[in-house]
Design a protein around this ligand. Structure first.
Ligand code: ADP
Ligand code: MG
Length: 479
């Protein structure tokens, strides 16, 4: 039997506000345990939560960036459950009336095809604290600093059909929240984490299979592996005549497997009810319009603009718009390289620069070569001062901290030899030096031509223009 996998993701993006969603306590990461949880975050008797306006603005920004409806009126609800890191006994979330709903995100699959992923909803909620198991023997530590940190939970429809599509969607979402600067996207610190719902069904069957939800996966690679493992597990169960139990499971990255955590709870287990301490959230059209005007260019728009404005391929445009910072780097480089074709700048950034950054485990914002320096190098390529080979040598010098391409060219005497007489002289010397090879060429061994080009380039230490050498050599060999 052929199986089809069906995946829907719930992503928690921590909103980049300075203070908590219902209190003034700081959201700064890494403070000593329990120094940033105030009475409101802990739900002490008699305290009143006050909604953080900035968190609401960020939810609206997200909604507008995903063609979603912004609810004119939404409601905060208490989701009741017991957990040691939730001293209130409930989490303030949104249930039947979320602030953002019914949108979509267009993603580009590795084969270049676009796929539209439906977003069911995005709602505001508070995070819980953290249970710390690792540092303690025989007991568990509780750190409540994270309690009350604002989250936007983004729920996709079950539109994804493979782990590859799921990762692609997750990356697009990750890029988007960073573009609009509502989340720092730091997956290691848990600012962007994902629950993956996975089911399988026989190909051709419309009805969805029973799903399992894999909780809190926090890297792209683990999402892919966890989903692949889960798909294979479910297929094996079904093919051996078993049934899939609806479950919440945990992914163990060390063993690369998912394990049952609990049988899946239903919404009614949580006894949701509107939080009596919070008024309904009312958002006016005027507020929405103002926020819309202030939105930056979105990833997909930038990608299309890069293709049309700079005649970049779909692939190049995708690479250069993967993050807002990378797109800015590219455009700043163009500003400093007036004569250079955008395509050439794109190539240098996506192969040479990103390759070197990758190797050094550096982000584009940490690049040792500024857009100004790279632009200066590209200018010298464009005006034929240097050959491509020498350009790579200069690139390395810039990487090591050289002041500018011009300074390197000057101090190392790397200027391309364009003087025809000079090149002809080197060609003649070379032909004289290799009479045997010349004879072979004359007898019809065409590939000796390449040998001579190589020798001439070597004699000029790569400073001749290869194309010019080709032409002049042809000319000399005729005579
Ligand atoms: P809950 O909040 O209880 O997890 P939801 O109905 O809100 O349940 O669904 C959560 C996620 O599960 C959504 O992303 C949805 O796309 C996905 N989902 C629902 N049914 C299936 C299924 N049969 N297979 C895979 N994913 C599913
Ligand atoms: Mg869920």
């Amino acid at each position: 039997m052929q199986w089809e996998s069906v995946i829907g993701l719930e992503v928690h993006a921590q909103l980049a506000t300075h203070s908590k969603i219902f209190s003034g306590a700081s959201t700064q990461y890494g403070a000593p345990p329990n120094t940033q949880a105030c009475n409101i975050d802990l739900g002490m008797p008699g305290v009143l939560p006050v909604l953080n306006e900035q968190a609401v603005r960020m939810a609206i920004q997200f909604g507008l960036s995903t063609n979603s409806t912004i609810a004119p009126r939404s409601v905060f609800a208490r989701k009741n459950y017991f957990y040691p890191d939730l001293p209130k006994g409930y989490q303030i979330s949104q249930f039947d009336l979320p602030v953002v709903h019914d949108g979509y995100l267009d993603i580009y699959l590795p084969d270049g095809k676009m796929k539209r992923i439906t977003l069911i909803r995005a709602h505001l909620e508070e995070d819980a604290g953290k249970s710390l198991h690792e540092d303690f023997q025989g007991f568990t530590g509780i750190d409540l600093n994270r309690a009350g940190t604002p989250l936007l939970e983004v729920v996709s429809a079950p539109d994804l059909r493979s782990s590859e599509e799921a990762v692609c969607y997750l990356k697009a979402l990750h890029a988007l929240v960073r573009y609009i600067e509502i989340c720092d996207g730091n997956m290691q610190e848990g600012s962007f984490r994902c629950d993956a719902n996975v089911s399988v069904r026989p190909v051709g069957v419309e009805k969805l299979g029973t799903r399992c939800e894999i909780k809190n996966v926090n890297s792209f690679k683990f999402v892919e592996k966890a989903i692949d493992y889960e798909i294979q597990r479910q297929i094996a169960v079904l093919e051996s005549g078993g049934v899939i139990e609806q479950q919440t499971r945990l992914y163990d990255s060390q063993k690369n497997e998912t394990r049952p955590m609990r049988s899946k709870e239903e919404a009614n287990d949580y006894r949701y009810f509107p939080d009596p301490d919070l008024l309904p959230l009312v958002i006016t059209q005027d507020t929405i319009d103002k926020i819309r005007k202030a939105l930056p260019e979105l990833p997909n728009d930038k990608r299309e603009r890069f293709q049309s404005q700079y005649q970049l391929s779909e692939y190049d445009a995708a690479v250069l718009t993967a993050s807002r910072e990378l797109g800015d780097y590219f455009e700043n480089t163009l500003k400093h390289s007036g004569n250079c074709q955008p395509k050439i700048a794109a190539n240098w950034i996506s192969s040479e620069l990103l390759g070197a950054l990758n190797k050094a485990v550096l982000d584009i914002t940490e690049s040792p070569i500024s857009p100004e320096k790279l632009g200066g190098l590209l200018n010298r390529i464009a005006d034929n001062t240097i050959s491509g080979k020498i350009a790579k040598q200069i690139f390395e010098a810039l990487w090591e901290g050289a002041a500018s391409a011009d300074a390197v060219i000057e101090s190392q005497g790397l200027k391309q030899i364009t003087n025809t007489d000079e090149i002809v002289k080197i060609i003649d010397d070379t032909l004289a030096k290799y009479p045997d090879q010349l004879a072979e060429y004359r007898q019809g061994k065409d590939r000796m031509f390449g040998f001579f080009v190589g020798q001439v380039m070597q004699a000029t230490k790569g400073k001749a223009n290869p194309q010019q050498v080709n032409e002049l050599l042809k000319d000399r060999l005729k005579s």
